[in-house]
Structures are given as structure tokens and as C-alpha cells.
Design a protein around this ligand. Sequence first.
Ligand code: PSU
Ligand code: MN
Length: 312
Amino acid sequence: MMTQRAPLPLSLPLRFSPAVAAARAAGAPIVALESTIITHGMPWPQNIATAEAVEAAVAAAGAVPATIAVLDGEIHIGLDKARLAALGQARNVAKLSRADLAACLAQGGTGATTVAATMICAAQAGIAVFATGGIGGVHRGAEDSFDISADLHELAQTPVTVVAAGAKAILDLAKTLEVLETLGVPVIAVGQDGFCAFWSRESGLAAPLRMDDPKTIAAAHRMRAALGLPGGQLVANPIPAEDEIAAAELAPLIAQAQADADAAGITGKAVTPFLLDRLYHLTQGRSLAANIALVLNNARLGAAIAVAMRDA
Ligand code: PSU
Ligand code: MN
């Protein structure tokens, strides 16, 4: 094992699905998956179809998927089909980040976990690898709004390797990389030198690190722990070439979406879901098709890293 699991606080309401419990008992590789992408990142019914396809992709690559959400005051590590379907159809589900998690649990609430909250839950469950679409980061105009995702600080504190197609391209990616550097978070590009841009393979920015082999990524994760460094790693896995939307084509549409958000006075947790929904409409659904393709790609790599950690 690469992380030392602290004893669980007696009161932490962790509930493992039968499949994840069996995987833990057998020491099988497990990949955590988040739920905010289901409730706030994609429209119904593609959200549920994608969540199921992502779980299948993890399984096909030799690991056990563990989709994480808070249901009725319990942290579920692994959701069955019925719970996943219910979450995907529910309206007004809370979006839980680091600041909200304890409050939601204490009140017996239900909510979807963001990258930050999923990392916290995964670490408590002894899961070291997590695959998603794109992390949150520094928003455009953050110099005025101060809108910087808690995902960045989580990567600095919680020992989970997060596989994503970088940070979402609605963000200011240059500032996002700067903050990650300040926080001491390793940002590792896979298969190329450039930092990817979610729906596009290249952002025009160089990635600080590059590792093309899942074994190396797994070894780097363990080495950070051996050094006594807290925190995880961001693995920036570019969308497959056949699925990408060129950055130049997206640029004016992202600017339009941001202008719409500013004009509508959207702030806080609503910003990212609003921008993703605007892009969905502005691209006539192509952004969603690309998002689905990149999440599947990340699920496959996440599984390969989890297998490499098990075999180390
Ligand atoms: N990846 C996607 N779509 C998403 C997200 C990730 O492909 O919607 C979610 C994650 O849960 C991430 C959140 O933590 O977007 C970022 O929200 P914010 O910018 O408010 O921190
Ligand atoms: Mn924010």
C-alpha cells in the first residue's frame, strides 16, 4: 500500500458497496469517481449513461470503480445502479466541497462530491487514485472575484492521485498552473509535453512534469508519501485526438459563456455548472460529447495507475 491509512474516527459514517468492500478485502485496485460531474456537470440522461460507462471502463481495465456521494448523512463509497440513477435524476442536489462535507453529514443530508470532497472521502477509504473530467481552478477574472476552486488546495493536502484532462478550459489555465506550483502540487502531463485544456489537447502552456508510464506515476505518488509530503498529484491526460475540439474554435465560445455569466451575476458554486451548460448550448452539444470521451479516457488511465500501485 502506498498510503498509510489513519484509524477511522468512530463516528465517520462510511458505507462501502459490496463490490468495493470485496475489493478492499482482496487488496484489488480501486479507482474513486466523483458525483458532482453527474449532478452538476452533465445533463440528464447522458450523466447517468456516462457514469455507468465510466464504471465499466474502470472495470474493463482491471480495477474496481467506487463512485462516491453523500446520501442521507452517509458517505457512500461505491453506488449501485439504483442509487446512481436516483442521484442523476434528482434536482437541486447539494454540491459538496471541503467546506460543506461535515455539515452535510452532520445534518443527515444528501449531496454530490466535487473533486475536493471526493479526494477527502477517497483518502478516508484508503483509495489512492481518482479519475474525473477536469478539476476546478482559478477562474477568469479571479483578480476581482477571488474565485479559486478548493480543488487546488485539496491537491496540496490530501494524498490522492487525480487523473483529469487538466483543469476545465473555462478557467484561466495559466493562473491555475501558477497556483498549483505555489501549493507544491505535481502536475504531470501524459504522452506530451504540453498541459492539456479539457476539450482540447493543448493549452499552449507547458506542463511542469511529464510521465508516460502508469508505473512511474504510481512510484511518484509513493515517493511523495515517503518524503512525508502531504497532498496528491494532478495527472493531466489529454483528450484523444479524434474527440477533441480545437482550442481556437472554443476560445470565442468560452469568452461568450464567461460574458453571459458576468452579465447574469453568477457567483460561487454556480459558476462552473453555468459555464459548462452555456458551452453545451454554444457548441450544440459537442462539448458534452468531448467531455464524455475525456472522462472515459481518464477512467482507463486511472485504472492502469491503480493496478501499478497494487503491483508495486
Ligand atoms: N469534471 C467534469 N465536469 C465537472 C466537474 C469535473 O468533467 O462538472 C466538477 C468537479 O466536481 C469539480 C467541480 O470539483 O466541477 C469544480 O467546481 P468549482 O469550480 O465550483 O470548484
Ligand atoms: Mn469557485
